[in-house]
Design a protein around this ligand. Structure first.
Ligand code: G6P
Length: 610
């Protein structure tokens, strides 16, 4: 949510900044802007996407080798040119970009107004700029000290970067709650909200922690705490290839990521599913496996698609490992005084590893002495670093705002965890063996579903004008119904709801008519017959039924209007297959409706504000 870039070195800063903003655009695209130091400060900013910024200004004319940039997801103040970052001091001496929320901005703004400051924007960020100016004026302190003083008065979250017109060899950044990484090159340094804008130039990075700031000059950098204690920070190596964050011939990142799923799941299983040894190996949880095995309750906290994966996890962990599970919206968990007892374990799931609510849930658990583990995709992310132990998805970077390959990889990791916890307990060796073989067969089965892309596109053509969709499923495929509905609404703006199939009778059935497609996940599992009855109920009311069933099942062909088949697998493993047609259906409908699939309106990939 909001992307920040910064550069200091010998290259033309504006090129590095604009390239970086393009790579960070998935974090927000309400406005974009850059500030470059070259004699004075040259600031260009514009409502809209990064492309709108380069159309509005001839950026090629901007010389200078030091600058900052920002792509915004609006919180305080509408997405307008004036509210766009960077924000500069009245004198034009310095400019600042900010990701996060200054929660006490109203009180600060009132105090600063009384002190004679005037405000030009509706943003919380401008309050921080005026506060720094205020300290500069009242104490005569330098920019770094004034920033430190200002941050001591700020309540809220920030990842921020500053440049000064007075000092062409100074880039400052600070972090509290919003991610920030320093890329270390040779006599050049890069700042990024994540590694995407950095990896093109260097693989050496320093992760800033909350409460830390970095002062960067071409000759080197110093990391300090905000209250000025010098720190010795480790330099990490990035394990990320440039091609992983490029479209690679696909028209959208989302489509590329859907088609990556056979490989991303192979990567998620590599070295972990060990058929010959008849076991699962999850290295990151090795030391805490007993704690998990003996847990009285596992509480899973997540948001969005990760929350849907968590719900699948509930079916898996309870069904296979027989451990009680509760799934919480991370945003609710912290504020409802959760009861945490000895024997409880908290597990958070996050693709980005930066979602503010999920991070807060993790911290809440840790502060209450409850073991807190994580399932994350982004290596080195805050959640990955702060959790007591965890497992990476190894799905590779996910850029499309609508999560696809992370969902299946999360479900895969949860499946492996459930099997690991069930090993020698609730599952016999033979049963485990059956699961392991089926897991390894999944990537090829996924390929077979993806081969039906053209057929699903035709289905999308038929339903592109629908105003409402209903998705129904049962058991571990109920969360898949939720995920199918979420995918459709977030990228095509069609209203869609997911329900447990049997719950349909308690409300959604009233909506059914011949204009509303109803998507049933109806694989031949333990509840198949019940789901078929629900299909009959919809058909009896002239509903249009699209069924996802398994190969070899011809029974639904006459009953339903359209049938999509996925290869047969074990019931608990089916979500990884049944979700694929739903991802493709949403993708094609959105494209046909002319929607911006990778950057749907109002959304952002990494939600770093509460
Ligand atoms: C945003 C994204 C979703 C994602 C959710 C949780 O809403 O648009 O795709 O599922 O955040 O993100 P996380 O990174 O924690 O999985």
């Amino acid at each position: 949510m909001c992307g920040i870039v910064g550069y200091i070195g010998e290259r033309k800063a504006v090129d590095v900044l604009m390239g970086g903003l393009k790579r960070l655009e998935y974090r927000g695209y309400d406005s974009a802007g850059v500030a470059v130091v070259n004699g004075g400060l040259k600031i260009c900013k514009k409502k809209g996407k990064v492309g709108d910024l380069s159309e509005a200004f001839d950026l090629t004319l901007i010389e200078g080798s030091l600058g900052i940039g920002h792509t915004r997801w609006a919180t305080h103040g509408a997405p307008t040119d004036v509210n766009a970052h960077p924000h500069s001091s009245k004198s034009g001496d310095f400019a600042l970009v900010h990701n996060g929320i200054i929660e006490n901005y109203a009180a600060l703004r009132e105090r600063l107004t009384q002190n004679g400051h005037e405000f030009e924007t509706q943003t919380d960020t401008e309050v921080l700029v005026r506060l720094i100016e205020d300290f500069q004026a009242s104490s005569g302190a330098c920019l770094i000290e004034s920033l430190q003083q200002a941050l001591a008065h700020v309540v809220g979250t920030y990842g921020l970067a500053l440049v000064s017109a007075q000092d062409p060899d100074l880039l400052i950044a600070a972090r509290n709650g919003s991610p920030l990484i320093l890329g270390v090159g040779e006599n050049e340094y890069f700042l990024g909200s994540d590694a995407a804008p950095i990896v093109e130039y260097t693989r050496q990075v320093v992760y800033l922690n909350d409460g830390e700031m970095v002062v960067v000059r071409r000759s080197g950098y110093e990391v300090r705490t905000i209250d000025n204690v010098l720190l010795d920070k480790e330099v990490h190596g990035l394990e990320l290839d440039l091609e992983e964050i490029e479209k690679g011939g696909f028209s959208h990142f989302m489509l590329k990521e859907i088609f990556e799923q056979p490989t991303s799941l192979e990567n998620a299983m590599r070295g972990r599913v060990r058929l010959e040894e008849q076991r699962i190996m999850l290295g990151g949880l090795l030391d805490v496996m007993d704690e998990l095995k003996n847990a009285d309750r596992i509480i899973i906290c997540a948001c969005g698609t990760s929350w849907h994966a968590a719900l699948v996890g509930e079916y898996l962990l309870e069904g296979l490992a027989r451990i009680p599970v509760e799934v919480e919206y991370a945003s609710e968990f912290r504020y409802r005084q959760p009861i945490l007892r000895k024997g409880d374990v908290v597990l958070v799931i996050s693709q980005s590893g930066e979602t503010a609510d999920t991070l807060a849930a993790l911290r809440e658990a840790k502060s209450r002495g409850t073991p807190a583990f994580a399932i994350c995709n982004t290596v080195g992310s805050t959640i990955a670093r702060e959790s007591d132990a965890g497992v990476y998805l190894h799905a590779g970077p996910e850029i499309g705002v609508a999560s696809t390959k992370s969902f299946t990889a999360q479900v895969m990791v949860l499946t492996m965890l459930a099997l690991k916890l069930a090993e020698g307990k609730s599952l016999s060796k033979e049963e485990l063996d059956g699961y392991l073989s089926e897991l390894l067969a999944l990537p090829d089965k996924i390929r077979r579903v993806l081969d039906q892309n053209d057929e699903i596109k035709k289905l999308a053509q038929m339903h592109r004008y629908a105003s409402n969709f209903l998705y129904l499923g049962r058991g571990p495929n109920f969360p898949v119904a939720l995920e199918g509905a979420l995918k459709l609404k977030e990228i095509s703006y069609i209203h869609a709801e997911g329900y447990p199939a049997a719950e349909m009778k308690h409300g959604p059935i009233a909506l059914i008519d011949e204009l509303m497609p109803v998507v049933f996940i109806a694989i031949r599992d333990s509840t198949y017959e019940k789901v078929v009855s629900n299909i009959e109920e919809v058909v009896a009311r002239s509903g249009y039924v699209i069924a996802i069933t398994d190969e070899g099942n011809g029974e639904l062909d006459t009953l339903c209007d359209h049938v999509i088949r996925v290869p047969k697998t074990l019931e608990f493993l089916s979500p990884v297959l049944t979700v694929l047609p739903l991802q493709l259906l949403s993708y094609h409908i959105a494209v046909l409706r002319g929607c911006d699939v990778d950057q749907p309106r109002n959304l952002a990939k990494s939600v770093t504000v509460e």
